[in-house]
Design a protein around this ligand. Structure first.
Ligand SMILES: Cc1cc2nc3c(=O)[nH]c(=O)nc-3n(C[C@H](O)[C@H](O)[C@H](O)COP(=O)(O)O)c2cc1C
Length: 438
């Protein structure tokens, strides 16, 4: 294991990872379109020496905008281009769909971000399958097999385009009048079943050569993508044992494709509500999402094998209910829900612990987050974490001022950036051009 863990941060809609974040006191309600606010948030993450920001994306409007903010950024690459100008070190990873973009456009935009940011760009490669997104491009969704075929062709063409200028092709010598050595700039002439490009790309290497590849999520096909190309993988997992198994599978996949498994880092998610006491953290989560609890209570019942309804929100589980409770095998979060129920919390507080969320939740003092991260890191279940603060406006600072110093004191997290590129931060090897052939 490496000595230090790495930290990436979910960089979303300007508000935070919880749907109610846009309405919290102190939050600028127009953060969704405020680049100034997003820059401030990125600078807070950089103050904490985080290795990267990670911007998820779906090219469609999701959710009920009558009451909820969108969960996506106005535009990942445009926002990161602005953020890159106001930060110096932090990595900038954006999601880009291989289903709805052509390789030439992806190659150009991500490489431009990489050049503009001094070598800090990463591309989270996703084979979007969503019908609503497909409708925005006037196309049907391709079957899964073909979406992955298109993904592989796209990644390889993009990487070939990134390497189409020899590393020393750009001369820019005013005295001799030689701008570039054209003999070192080559077309790529790649044509797959789904996509193709002649190249070259009109862009020289960036400070890190070319952007770093990320992948999010599992599945056999996803593992193949990650094992072949990725330097960073964002994972979704609730238990330390499952996280360790996922990390081992990822390392095995990298080995299978002839890579050193240390080249790919696994980042399980962690949602944080950091407050001085557990009570304050729970109250904050109740303020954020408590109005959804009455609908969630029957699902909590399913997780515990009990019939529960909203009338019991302020009561703990009774001794009879505790005796009858059986955590559901179908939901890996169930055991934690029961363990919290056994501590005697009322159902509202059980839900406020975040037992039904997309990633493990820490709602409590900073040391609890640090302990969780240390346990997972030292068990070989993570190379680092993908942190989703509940509300960005103060939740990033709470993490940076509370959790980061504990991790640093324990020798688990770096105190300063050693290098300046994303490749440096991830300890990813040099790569220029394509690493596998079509
Ligand atoms: C933590 C996490 C974040 C993800 N972020 C995105 C995203 O921003 N955009 C997207 O289209 N898919 C995203 N995905 C979905 C995956 O990239 C992948 O498409 C999904 O797991 C479905 O894979 P499949 O098509 O092989 O079933 C994410 C998955 C996980 C686990």
């Amino acid at each position: 294991m490496a000595k230090h863990m790495m930290i990436g941060m979910h960089f979303g809609n300007g508000y935070g990872s919880q749907p109610g974040a846009w309405r919290m006191p102190g939050v600028l309600p127009t953060s969704y379109t405020s680049v100034d606010e997003m820059v401030r948030q990125a600078q807070a993450a950089e103050r904490g020496k985080f290795q990267f920001l990670f911007v998820p994306d779906f090219p469609a409007m999701m959710g009920d905008v009558e009451t909820e903010s969108p969960m996506i950024t106005i535009d990942p690459l445009m926002v990161l281009a602005a953020v890159g100008r106001e930060t110096r070190r932090i990595g900038l990873v954006a999601t880009g769909s291989t289903t709805f973009n052509e390789p030439y456009s992806l190659a150009r935009q991500f490489k431009a971000l990489d050049i503009m940011s001094g070598g800090r760009a990463g591309w989270n490669v996703v084979p979007t399958s969503d019908q609503t997104a497909a409708a925005n491009f006037g196309r049907p969704v391709l079957p899964r097999e073909q979406r992955y075929e298109r993904l592989h062709e796209t990644v390889q063409i993009v990487q070939a385009l990134w390497g189409s200028w020899g590393k020393d092709a750009w001369i820019h010598d005013q005295a001799s009048g030689r701008f570039a050595d054209a003999s070192k700039i080559r077309p790529i002439n790649l044509q797959g079943r789904h996509v193709g490009s002649a190249g070259p790309l009109p862009l020289p290497p960036s400070a890190q050569g070319q952007p770093v590849i990320f992948q999010a999520g599992g599945g056999d096909q996803g593992l193949g993508v990650a094992g072949r190309y990725a330097s960073g993988v964002i994972g979704s997992t609730y238990t330390i044992d499952d996280a360790r198994a996922q990390r081992m599978a990822l390392r095995e996949a990298a080995r299978h494709f002839g890579r050193n498994p240390d080249e790919v880092k696994f980042f399980p998610g962690l949602i944080t509500t950091i407050a001085p006491t557990r009570r304050e953290a729970l109250d904050r989560r109740i303020a954020l999402s408590g109005r959804m609890f009455p609908q969630r209570i029957s699902y909590l019942g399913q997780m515990l094998g009990l019939r529960l309804d909203a009338s019991q929100l302020d009561e703990p589980l009774s001794p009879e209910q505790l005796a009858a409770a059986r955590p559901s095998d179908g939901d890996p979060r169930s055991k934690r829900a029961l363990a919290i129920g056994r501590q005697g919390w009322p159902l509202r507080d059980i839900l406020a612990h975040g037992v039904i969320d997309y990633h493990p939740v820490i709602a409590g003092p900073a040391v609890e987050a640090a302990d969780h991260m240390q346990d997972w890191f030292e068990a070989g279940a993570a190379d680092g974490f993908w942190i989703s603060p509940d509300v960005y406006s103060d939740g990033i600072d709470a993490f940076v001022d509370g959790v980061v110093p504990i991790l640093q004191d324990r020798g688990l997290f770096h105190c300063e950036y050693a290098g300046s590129t994303l490749r440096d931060h991830l300890d990813a090897p040099d790569q220029y051009g394509v690493n596998v052939q079509l």
